[in-house]
Design a protein around this ligand. Structure first.
Ligand SMILES: [Zn+2]
Length: 476
């Protein structure tokens, strides 16, 4: 069954058909490394990870590029304020970003280009635009993209957002990297060196300066993925001007379509409101880890909502994530126990389970995600399967081979969900000693003492579960 995705370019759900055989080029706008990424940013990166994992699950090879924006307006401001060097400043946040990406179990992108290491590519792209007369150097020394010349050449500015042509003011210029739709104007490709830039500048045919933010992504994506590729992802806040400008720069330079499918993830609210430091609802991933939540729980919660819906992230939701994951873990734990046995748990001949369960899981899960990544329906399939499996386990319906087949199916869908299984809880040595003492008491048929130790363990927050493989400690 084919994959359907909502393409911002056509404002409609379309069949996803890669433009050529081989690897699918997928570019995700990466972090601007001037601070720790917040939970709203993480929603977008987890969404990108889901897209990649689903494509791979469907058998596609993906070339996943995520750039690192390590020079732009906000970074330069911070470098100035902190009196550090550019590399020293951005290096710290870049390292933190990739550490956090790992904590959320996002697959590492195949390419992680840094803007500052692509200055020659950026310059050569701007040279092409100047040669094609859609870019010009202004009196302030900076190079701008001319929307008027671009439109005159038959190209369309306003592919991702509707712009009123009457509102376009030819010749007006905007130099800052971020601006509103109302301020649409010729935008900066190369910014002439200014005193406030400090040491951050490079030589260029137009004098010393630095690149604008938008041209960085055009240069790096086309260098790695070629002039036209299939997928470009980002948060919806990047649609304008960043992605619109990326299209203009790339198509203005190559004269051919830049990206086939544009996918945008929706905003995130925290506790029902727009995240803000003054409201106390601004969380980085690290803030949430410090509250005792795990990357796995945070990933799960971020993956519960459809990517095009605004999602309300709450601490209560994280508690709910913990409960939901525990349900899955419990089911998987039981399947592991049975699967590791050579004989059925009942000791009798295996009973054929009723139809349903595992085969339905894969089909329903795949169909849901093929439908523009309908994650709610996908989780619905997972929890239907957990319920059905628990019922079969309770009825002793599953033999070891069936349990192993169920686990294999789970592993397949988890290659998309990426939530894994609960890490083994390390039992403290004194608890293990008590467990051994209980076993010894049981062996000696001193059940009174064995029960007393069980109670002592319980008081310390540990339960004993007797399994076919022997007793297991479980944290209460
Ligand atoms: Zn970008």
């Amino acid at each position: 069954m084919g994959l359907k995705l909502f393409n911002t370019l056509s404002r409609s759900i379309q069949d996803f058909t890669p433009s050529r055989q081989g690897r699918i080029g997928m570019y995700c706008c990466g972090p601007t490394v001037y601070d720790f990424a917040h939970i709203g940013n993480w929603r977008t990166f987890v969404f990108g990870d889901l897209v990649r994992r689903h494509l791979e699950f469907k058998g596609h090879a993906v070339a996943h590029v995520m750039n690192v924006t390590d020079v732009e307006d906000k970074i330069i401001k911070r470098v100035r304020e902190t009196k550090t060097s550019l590399r020293e400043f951005t290096g710290k946040y870049e390292a933190a970003f990739f550490e956090d990406l790992k904590t959320l179990n996002c697959l590492e992108p195949h390419h992680k280009p840094r803007a500052t290491e692509h200055i020659p590519e950026i310059i050569s792209l701007i040279e092409k635009l100047v040669a094609r007369r859609v870019a010009y150097q202004a009196a302030d020394g900076s190079v701008y993209f001319s929307i008027e010349k671009y439109q005159a050449a038959g190209c369309h500015y306003g592919q991702l957002v509707k712009l009123n042509p009457d509102e376009l003011r030819p010749g007006e210029r905007v130099k800052s990297d971020e601006y509103a739709k109302e301020s649409v104007a010729d935008f900066a490709l190369w910014k002439a060196r200014a005193p406030e830039d400090g040491d951050v500048f490079w030589p260029s045919p137009w004098g010393e300066g630095r690149p604008g933010w938008h041209i960085e992504c055009s240069a790096m994506s086309m260098k790695i993925l070629g002039p036209g590729f299939d997928l470009h992802l980002g948060g919806e806040d990047l649609i304008f001007p960043h992605h619109e400008d990326e299209i203009a720069q790339s198509e203005g330079a190559t004269g051919r379509p830049f990206v086939k499918y544009w996918l945008h993830g929706a905003h995130l609210l925290v506790e029902g409101r727009k995240m803000s430091k003054s409201l106390g609802n601004f969380f980085t991933l690290r803030d949430l880890l410090a509250k005792g939540f795990t990357g796995r729980e945070i990933r799960y919660l971020l993956l519960t909502a459809h990517y095009r819906e605004t999602f309300n992230f709450t601490l209560e939701g994280l508690q709910g994530a913990r409960t939901a994951l525990a349900r899955i873990d419990e089911c998987l734990g039981k399947l592991c126990e049975i699967g590791s046995l050579g004989v059925p748990p009942s000791g009798g001949s295996p009973v054929t389970p009723p139809e349903g369960g595992t085969p339905n899981l894969l089909a329903a899960f795949t169909a849901a995600l093929n439908d523009d990544l309908n994650i709610s329906a996908a989780w619905g399939a997972v929890f239907d399967w957990v319920r059905e499996t628990n019922r079969q386990l309770a009825d002793n319906f599953l033999n070891p081979a069936q349990a192993r087949a169920a686990l294999a199916a789970w592993n397949k869908i988890d290659s998309v969900l990426g939530i894994g299984t609960s890490p083994e809880i390390e039992s403290p040595p004194e608890i293990v000693v008590l467990l051994e003492a209980r076993q010894a008491a049981r062996k000696a048929k001193d059940f009174k003492r064995a029960d007393a130790i069980r109670d002592e363990l319980k008081a310390k927050g540990w339960a004993i579960e007797d399994t076919p493989k022997g007793p297991k400690l479980k944290k209460l």
